[in-house]
Design a protein around this ligand. Structure first.
Ligand code: SF4
Length: 388
């Protein structure tokens, strides 16, 4: 059993761990929490196990230390929904390697709580922590459908596909309560505005009627993200997502309804799920997926320590190995911000994943056909179709 320090981190037994824990990010160590995993207390149903300091905030609020209690106990609190009147809903995406030029996100933060989620860092811009706050304080843009309508009415908008879920999952649990994603889709259908969707939640099946109507006009394309068939891994790594089986059923049901369905293998993590790549691609193709995409894990910003903390608590037996493999997939680091290589990595293990991905893409007939969302049908109510 590995040793843990009083803050719940794996003891810095090696120089490498010391370097990681005292990384340049300067995040504090995690508090202890309830539940048990890997020999330390653990907050069940959440991915991150603590709230690292927001790098944009000068001051940090800390709870008063209770006399005679050695360790902090972080209560397993409910998710809070924070309703906002957003200023805008469609964002221009400047990154050249993400395959989208505009995105809209009805929710900020994501209760799914995937430990590796790159959107965690964005929560810091909203004044919250990338850790537990990201999963428990969800910003709800209630006026998003009105904003979208106004945006699409602007004569300067020349329709190009918009990615719904460019940052956070638009079918996360909040959607069941607020239904904003459905309203956005209704606006898109009214204008014949094409959208791409990516999700880890079978809740999208609620909107099968709408998606089927959009599919008839080539207005929607959906990626369902599947990372593992190992339920034990999913439960701790993506605690509030739906199971891989349900995600496969989502691909099947929607493809049978005529929707173009794909599978996203994201991210592939060496030593944890990369050995499942073929199985996932095969199962997705058998259930109706016709296209696919993948990413290799990278741990930028606050995610580096959130993931490290989570990894050593849940998989103490192989944490060192997994960490080294991630490093070797990024030329010795776990993070990389360079466009083009950041999502794929560089190094033996990432090349191996790339080769396997290429091989099985071909074997299972994924990405075989060129297919595009139709922007030519875009029309403002009472107006004319887009002219070319
Ligand atoms: S579902 Fe997507 S957005 Fe939500 S936590 Fe997981 S990776 Fe992040």
């Amino acid at each position: 059993m590995p040793e843990y320090n009083k803050d719940g981190h794996p003891a810095a037994s090696s120089q490498r761990n010391k370097e990681i824990l005292q990384s340049d990010i300067g995040l504090p160590a995690s508090p202890l929490v309830n539940g048990v995993a890997g020999g330390v207390q653990y907050l069940k149903g959440r991915g991150a196990q603590y709230n690292p300091k927001n790098r944009f905030l000068k001051n940090e609020t800390v709870k008063e230390h209770i006399e005679a209690i050695d360790d902090w106990i972080e209560p397993n609190t409910e998710t809070e929904y924070l309703e906002e009147n957003a200023k805008g809903i469609v964002n221009k995406v400047d990154s050249p390697d993400v395959g989208m030029s505009y995105s809209m996100n009805p929710y900020q933060g994501c209760e799914h709580g995937c430990t590796y989620c790159y959107a965690r860092n964005v929560h810091e811009y909203w004044g919250y922590s990338a850790g537990l706050d990201f999963e428990r304080k969800i910003i709800v843009k209630k006026n998003a459908p009105d904003l979208l309508r106004k945006f699409l009415m602007n004569p300067k908008w020349e329709s190009v596909p918009i990615s719904l879920s460019g940052n956070t999952d638009c079918y996360q649990p909040a959607e069941k309560k607020f239904g904003i994603t459905r309203q956005l889709l209704e606006v898109c259908l009214e204008f014949n505005q094409p959208v791409g969707i990516i999700t880890k939640n079978a809740g999208i099946l609620r909107d099968k009627d709408l998606l089927a109507k959009m599919a008839e006009k080539h207005l929607v394309s959906i990626l369902v993200s599947i990372t593992s068939f190992d339920e034990e891994l999913r439960r701790v790594m993506e605690p509030r997502t739906t199971t891989a089986k349900q995600r496969l059923r989502t691909i099947k049901d929607l493809s049978e309804a005529g929707v173009r369905m794909g599978v996203m293998l994201g991210p592939m993590i060496p030593g944890l799920n990369e050995h499942e790549l073929q199985r996932i691609m095969k199962a997705a193709a058998e259930n109706g997926a016709t296209f696919s995409a993948y990413t290799f894990i990278r741990l930028n910003g606050a995610i580096k320590l959130i993931f490290h903390d989570w990894l050593y608590k849940n998989f103490p037996d192989r944490a060192d190995k997994v960490w080294h493999l991630i490093e070797s997939g990024h030329g010795g680091k776990v993070n990389d911000s360079r466009w083009g290589v950041r999502m794929r990595g560089e190094g033996n293990i990432s090349q191996l994943v790339a080769q396997q991905y290429a091989r099985y893409t071909q074997k299972y007939g994924l990405n075989a056909e060129r297919w595009e969302l139709d922007t030519t049908k875009f029309m403002r109510p009472g107006g004319q179709m887009k002219l070319f």
